[in-house]
Design a protein around this ligand. Structure first.
Ligand code: UD1
Length: 420
């Protein structure tokens, strides 16, 4: 099994260009199921989750080609008859496979999609996904680990309030409603930038979609879809991760290919921590940051502080002069990185959904175990800041969502390599 070896305390300098967003690419690929015309998707990150979604679409019969040399996906399903089953083997490692449920059901009036696999960060139920699809007219049963959904006459537009905010359920509902008969109003939606990117893609495909409030969207379904070319938005979690790397170890590190408007919350938290940032419209430079201050954060749906950056900011908190606090509101088991950070010399105490980080502590290298995607990258960050060598096991978690992580860091003078 592959490991990452990081020799810490190297000052990072230079520039890192941010890749396309994994979490925007996945629902856009799922939405391709609706359309028989040509689809071109650019700036697709080459990460394991995207490759799994491509495999899933191939499995159902989609004519999809991933040009890895150009980060481009082409899909053309003109005369293809797609299957409507998404098997366990393709959903067990990637929960986001569940987003094919809405489009399959909406387009083909039936779908059989495996319940996604277990997940280290919490139980992650699917009730909200099923709730919205039932409201649109689906009959749903769970049998033998599969969601069996059908609709005799096709889905029909409705006014639906999501019982609580869910990114995936909002995406499933948006895509399903795009092919439903009539108009759907969804309220209490997630409004993550990746969902806005999906909306742009659906609009380009010919669907009338309008955000009529921060969490409210109107969708007029259509079967008359057009050919579409789309460039995926930047990965804001990758961007935040590298900005934190710069704050931990940077001399002068530039993060480019981003839209800093989207990172307002993250930038304000880092500024509170006394991180020296030069912020332009499409890039951020992190300057040598000393005297890091403690801060309290609470993870929230967008535009709040993202749960996907919680583990990374925690590493920076170990540097702060005082006690920082993190309240995790989105997932119930998302402090799996804490014992590993403590083994590296951090002093972090967990009490239910809250962690207290006692700083400043100098981290020191250790052999550690990655438990999920964002936890693994927090261990890389800790390794960059630590004295001596850190070995991170189970890097396949990291490969699910970070494109060329070591190459990007090595270009900025980090001492990091992969070994078997
Ligand atoms: C997406 C992101 C993930 C991110 C998360 C929260 C993708 C591919 N993944 O995951 O990186 O961490 O948003 O920003 O975009 N919930 C239910 N019932 C449901 C659905 C969700 O109770 O049917 C709960 C979840 O357990 C969780 C909360 O709602 O506690 C938010 O989850 P959700 O927004 O759905 O996350 P994902 O779409 O799975």
């Amino acid at each position: 099994m592959q490991k990452l070896v990081v020799k810490g305390k190297k000052k990072l300098s230079g520039a890192i260009r941010i890749s396309g967003s994994k979490n925007a690419t996945l629902p856009i690929l799922a939405a391709s199921i609706l359309n028989k015309k040509k689809i071109e998707i650019n700036k697709v990150p080459i990460v394991k989750d995207v490759i799994t979604m491509v495999e899933l679409l191939k499995h159902i019969g989609s004519n999809i080609k991933f040009d890895l040399s150009k980060n481009k996906i082409l899909i053309h399903n003109q005369n293809r008859k797609l299957k409507t089953t998404a098997p366990y083997k393709l959903l067990k490692t990637m929960r986001a496979g569940l987003i094919v449920l809405g489009p399959l059901l909406s387009k083909f009036k039936k779908a059989k999609v495996s319940l996604p696999g277990g997940c280290a960060i919490g139980s992650r139920p699917v009730d909200i996904h099923l709730f919205v699809l039932k409201k649109l007219g689906a009959k749903i049963k769970i049998k033998n680990g599969y969601i069996l959904a059908e609709t005799k006459k096709g889905l029909i537009g409705k006014r639906i309030r999501l019982p609580s905010i869910s990114v995936g359920a909002t995406e499933n509902a948006l895509i399903a409603a795009s092919y439903a008969k009539g108009t759907t109003y969804l309220s209490n939606c997630a409004c993550e930038p990746e969902i806005k990117d999906l909306t742009i893609f659906l609009k380009k495909m010919g669907i009338k979609i309008q955000w009529i409030g921060e969490r409210k969207v109107k969708i007029s379904g259509s079967h008359n879809l057009k050919s579409v070319s789309h460039t995926v938005m930047f990965d804001r979690i990758e961007a935040g991760t590298f900005v934190i790397a710069g704050a931990l170890t940077g001399k002068k590190l530039k993060i480019s290919g981003i839209d800093t408007k989207i990172l307002k919350k993250e930038i304000s938290v880092l500024k509170k921590m006394n991180v020296k940032l030069r912020v332009n419209k499409n890039d951020i430079t992190i300057l040598n940051s000393k005297n890091i201050k403690p801060v309290s954060i609470s993870t929230q749906p967008y535009p709040g502080f993202p749960t996907d950056l919680q583990a990374q900011i925690m590493v920076l908190m170990t540097r702060a002069n005082g006690i920082s606090k993190i309240k995790e509101n989105i997932f119930e088991k998302r402090f799996m990185h804490v014992p590993e950070l403590n083994r590296m010399g951090a002093k972090i105490k967990i009490s239910r959904d809250t962690s207290l980080v006692y700083g400043p502590q100098q981290l020191n290298g250790a052999e550690v175990m990655a438990t999920d995607l964002r936890a693994s990258v927090s261990l890389v960050l800790a390794g960059l800041a630590a004295e001596d060598e850190t070995i991170i096991n189970r890097v396949y978690h990291l490969d699910r969502g970070y494109e060329k992580l070591e190459n990007k860091l090595r270009k900025c003078k980090a001492n990091i390599f992969r070994s078997n």
